[in-house]
Each structure stands twice: as C-alpha cells, then as structure tokens.
Design a binder for this molecule. Structure first.
Ligand code: NAP
Length: 281
C-alpha cells in the first residue's frame, strides 16, 4: 500500500535523508514516487544522483504532487514552511511532522483547517536504521494513516503508536533524548576502561559493543532486565561488586531524574511553541 503512495519529504537534511534512505533500501517505497525538497541546490543534486528520486527547491510543487507530506525541517522554521504550503493541504493528504517539541495543537492552530495530522518523535539512531520512533495522531487521522506512518517509520528502525498525545513529552524525555544518556554512559565506561589500563580505542569499542549486545539480548530474549542482570551476577563475583557501586552512586535515581527533567523541559518548550505558532497567525 505504501509502495504506490506519492511521498514528499520537505527538508532533506539529516533526518529527511535517513528517512529517504530507509524507505528506499527497505523497498517500502519506489524512488519514482518520492519527491524531496531543500533550500540547497547542491544537496538536491546529490540526493537525486544517490537515490534516483525527484527533487525540487519548490515546497509547494512537492506538496501539490504528493499524498503523504513529511515535514522534516527544523522546529524553528516549520511554522513558516507550513504556512507557505498551507493552501495545497487538504483532507486528501496525510501530513506528518517530525519536528521535535512541536505539539500537534501548535500545527493545528497554525494551519487552522481540518487535516489528517500525524506527529512522530524519532531519534538519532535513524541514521543506522535503529530509531525508536513514536507516532501520535491528530483527531482526523484514520487507522489507515496510522498504519502508513508505522510502515514509513519502521523503515528506519522500529516504531510504535501512542494513543495519548499528551505523553509525547515523556517520549521526548525517554527515547528522543535517550541516545544522549547512553553516549554519556559509554563515554564514562570508556574512561573507566582507560583508567584500568586499556587503550582508548579498545575501551570505546568494548563499551559500545557491550551496550549493543545488552540491548540486543533484552530485545531478542524479551527477558526482564532484572533477570538478565541476575544471570550476570555470580555470588561474590565482579559484576555484583560493580552493581553495588552503581547503586551507591544512585544510578537509577539519576536516570529517572534525567528522564523527568527532559520531559519537563519538553513541556516548557512545547508551550513556547504553541504561543509562537499562534502569534504567527
Ligand atoms: N536530528 C535528530 O536526531 C532528530 C531527532 C528527532 C527529531 N528531529 C527533527 O527532525 C527535523 C529535522 O532535523 P535534522 O536534524 O534533519 O535537521 P537538518 O539536518 O537541518 O535538516 C533540515 C533540512 O531542511 C533544509 N531547509 C531549511 N529551510 C528549508 C525550507 N524552507 N524548505 C525546505 N527545506 C529547508 C535545511 O537546509 P539548511 O541546512 O541549508 O538550512 C536542511 O537541509 C527537526 O524538526 C528535528 O527537530 C531530529
């Protein structure tokens, strides 16, 4: 079903290209059905050569020609790009925004007409087709729209549908911002490896591969993390000594506080966005 749909990607930067690459390499979409826009002509030329898709610097033309429109421009400019293309948006098109921190109500207030809207919160692992993406739907989006969106974002990782729009800030705090927490943990583990005598290169490889392996084990076995932790900790052994130190340092509380702080920040930024979007009316 997705394969025959005409798709526009508005803003083919880092995320737009990750999405484009996922759609094509997974075979979910045909290059001849995709049109990409950007402000930089050289970028469009290289996208066209690399993926064989249509390209244009004209957002309106791309929106007119498409049934699914994915807005992948920065949050700071999405209001002006929505306004620029608003006259060609109607209920015949599925409109998807991946702009971080821009609530659906802000987009609704900016466009001020009935539209099939979807908001998606992907994360940076989209670049390696391992994004954890969450899809939320506006009031007029259909079940078919949700299915299409899941198919689109499954092409660059794994995606789930969230019924409660209000939890999008929590998603931003957990999986949207989560890669940053893990990078910090990996960096700290690499430092620790260096401290106990490993080369920087080996320490970084070993900590990254350990995180990848642990995540894969969790996902593939579907075991509870506590049970897997019990499997690694032998009586009087090394892992339990390390875990004792992590618990003393408040690792769990620190991570919970981090997700809570990021969620609150996302709520604050969302409120600012709603105000800015309605001021642009
Ligand atoms: N990167 C992430 O990890 C991540 C995670 C979750 C969500 N997101 C969201 O994804 C969206 C895209 O992020 P990104 O990191 O891919 O940003 P990006 O690399 O800056 O991509 C945006 C692209 O749009 C182009 N552009 C600027 N003005 C435009 C216009 N009027 N019409 C068409 N294209 C235009 C930009 O060109 P110039 O560079 O020349 O301005 C750039 O190539 C953002 O809303 C962000 O919040 C990103």
């Amino acid at each position: 079903m997705l394969k025959n749909k005409k798709i526009a990607i508005i803003g083919t930067g880092n995320m737009g290209e990750a999405l484009l690459s996922g759609l094509i390499s997974s075979g979910s979409s045909d290059p001849k059905n995709i049109i990409c826009t950007d402000v930089r002509e050289n970028k469009l030329k290289s996208i066209q050569e690399k993926y064989g898709v249509h390209t244009t610097a004209d957002n309106v033309k791309a929106v007119e020609a498409s049934e699914i429109i994915i807005y992948a421009v920065k949050p700071q400019i999405i209001a002006s790009v929505l306004k620029e293309t608003a006259s060609c948006l109607d209920m015949s098109k599925l409109i998807i925004s991946i702009a971080a921190g821009v609530p659906l109500v802000a987009i609704e207030s900016c466009l001020n007409k009935e539209l099939r809207l979807i908001r998606v919160m992907p994360n940076i692992a989209a670049f390696v087709k391992e994004s954890a993406s969450v899809i939320a739907a506006g009031g007029k989006a259909t079940q078919e729209d949700i299915k299409l969106s899941l198919a689109i974002f499954d092409s660059m990782g794994k995606s789930i549908f969230l019924k409660e729009n209000i939890l999008m800030d929590a998603i931003t705090g957990l999986s949207g911002s989560g890669p940053a927490y893990i990078f910090l943990i990996v960096d700290a583990m690499a430092d620790a490896g260096v401290k106990v005598g490993l080369s920087r290169e080996d320490a970084l490889f070993l900590s990254s591969q350990t995180v990848l392996g642990a995540a894969k084990l969790l996902i593939e076995t579907k075991e509870h993390p506590g049970r897997l932790k019990d499997m690694v900790t032998s009586p009087g052994g090394t892992a339990i000594a390390g875990i004792h130190t992590l618990e003393k340092g408040g690792l769990r509380t620190t991570l919970m506080n981090a997700v809570e702080a990021a969620t609150k920040r996302s709520q604050e930024l969302g409120e600012i966005m709603i105000k800015n979007f309605s001021n642009e009316q």
